[in-house]
Design a binder for this molecule. Structure first.
Ligand SMILES: [Zn+2]
Length: 134
């Protein structure tokens, strides 16, 4: 399990703008980097086009993985949104988690987006603190 994930305010803003644009649908994407450090945000289309579920567009996901290889970066996180909550990994998220990376869940609370990180393993999700560098 990873103990933390470090990202910049710009990465935070890129993800936030993407999840906000896709409302009312869930949005998703990948985080590239090394270890616990995010270096780049990759936006991926939600093929499911659903407000309650996401499926990464397989072609865009493949392109994103090629981009990681070409830039010598690893997959360090996956993010998606819950436009109508909850602010944690759902049973579906836990069941479908396919990569051992930090899963970031964006949820819309009373009036603003917020994001939490989770490590999903063995059928459960544990919170991973996110450090946002200003
Ligand atoms: Zn979810």
């Amino acid at each position: 399990m990873q103990r933390q994930l470090i990202l910049s305010r710009q990465h935070w803003q890129e993800m936030r703008a993407h999840v906000d644009r896709q409302v009312p649908l869930e949005a998703c994407g990948l985080l590239a980097g090394h270890g616990d450090r995010v270096e780049h945000v990759l936006l991926v289309r939600n093929q499911a086009q659903s407000p309650v579920r996401f499926v990464m567009d397989p072609y865009e996901q493949l392109q994103a993985f090629d981009w990681l290889d070409a830039h010598g970066l690893d997959l360090v996180g996956i993010f998606h949104s819950h436009p109508t909550g909850p602010d944690m990994a759902s049973a579906t998220d836990i069941a479908e988690a396919a990569y051992e990376v930090v899963h970031l869940i964006w949820s819309y609370g009373a009036s603003e987006w917020h994001v939490r990180g989770f490590w999903i393993e063995g059928g459960r999700a544990s919170e991973v603190p996110l450090q946002i560098l200003e």
